[in-house]
Design a protein around this ligand. Sequence first.
Ligand SMILES: [Zn+2]
Length: 86
Amino acid sequence: MKKKRSILRRCISCRAILDRVNMLRITREDKSAISINSGIGRSAYICKSKNCTQDPKLKKNLQRALKTNFDHKFYEVFIIETQNYK
Ligand SMILES: [Zn+2]
């Protein structure tokens, strides 16, 4: 079996560098549509942890990383997606 090479990404919240499979990917696609774990475009990564996904500065960091402003709809989806993280 071929060994899968891990791809490392930096968390925009705590700045830890982790394997991409352990992270949540937020991608800004064309026309500022935002998707979670899908899509092609400018991406930001966050640890799948409560600490990072519920960081009060996260929204600001994300908006800066993706160079966009989120609408409320995206943030509602994000909170549902991340609510079970520990
Ligand atoms: Zn983190």
